[in-house]
Design a protein around this ligand. Sequence first.
Ligand code: SAH
Length: 414
Amino acid sequence: MTPRPIPPLDDTRSPDLAATTPAAGAEPDESTAPAAGPRPHPQLVFAAPRRGKPPVHWADLSVEERKAAVVALGLPAFRAQQLSRHWFVHSTADPADWTDIPAHRRQEIADALFPPLLEEVRSLTADAGTTVKTLWKLHDGSMVESVLMHYPASEGSAARTTVCVSSQAGCGMACPFCATGQGGLQRNLSAAEIVAQIVDANARLAAGQIPGATGRVGNIVFMGMGEPLANYATVIRAIRTLLADQPDGLGMSARGITVSTVGLVPGIDKLADEGLPVTLALSLHAPDDELRNDLVPINNRWRVAEAVDAAWRYARATKRRVSIEYALIRDVNDQAERADRLARELKKRGDWGWFHVNLIPLNPTPGSKWTASRRRDEQEFVRRLEAHGVPVTIRDTRGREIDGACGQLAATVR
Ligand code: SAH
């Protein structure tokens, strides 16, 4: 397999926001500002969106940029926090719900600052309504998916809701067992397109649409479509908004956020320096370069040892245990010797609890010759890892009947 081009690490997409500020002393007068037509107030001017780029949305902006944006519409700066509260806390961009905003300005604000980003094409449910996979159409027709999974309280663990989000439309990493990998990359998502997937899930929870679930989304896994570290700057921007205190963000905890990567080494090192103690998941899938070159083609650029070294550095820097993802594929990577080799590869960097292995029964993609491991091979793989003292879990297969298991998004719905 030939090495693939290295994806750009740093797309520094940020909203092309050029807001003019009102003249000093000019107090915005909301009561007289017309709802449409020529306005006396300075205008918020967004540079024309580049092809495929989604419109700039409230959730793309920093707190300061949000204030500038409302001021540019002729509103006092304190309106920014009210609008943030509607979007991030109450999960609504419907002007009819904005009862604390002057009625005659609401639609105009919504049009300027809350463009619709995700159009629901369809939602499929499984597990008695506690798993919901939603297919979204973006403004340019690209499709992405998110999966909401609610886990009721069980002995020892509280109820929680996890959302598996997409960070790109399509993916450029071309892993042959992954449905998304087959179609190539369409484009990076914007920060707001990422955050909106979670805001939508919070809205569903608040509306009582998920049986038995209350509260808000507590866990995010970047395991939907796309390679999050190939859309680095935007993913970081989205994560910072997830972590920001309410009402400026969703007020989530970094412990609840998992970024999963094929192993873009410079991206892992950069993430370790962000001071965001999110969990890192490394999609390893093979302990040897020969096989991993085929399963995860970026391995031709960053080898097993380099990817695992980077994961180890991440654990050392953040004190967060790294999750080593390993999809078990029948007769491809599920041999007992590979379990031994995997254990050795991980343990040779020290055994201080820096990793755990998460086995994923392969979710066969349509037309693929590969399938999940036999039960006995899976059990033997687990037994071998445990014999080496490697902590191991088997990922649950939530949503499998709706092809909603992570890594299996969008292929059957196009
Ligand atoms: N690009 C990132 C995140 C998206 S995929 C990454 O590769 O980590 C999320 C996880 O699902 C990855 O571990 C991926 O290898 C795995 N996955 C992809 N397709 C799968 C399939 N058909 N069955 C099981 N796991 C799969």
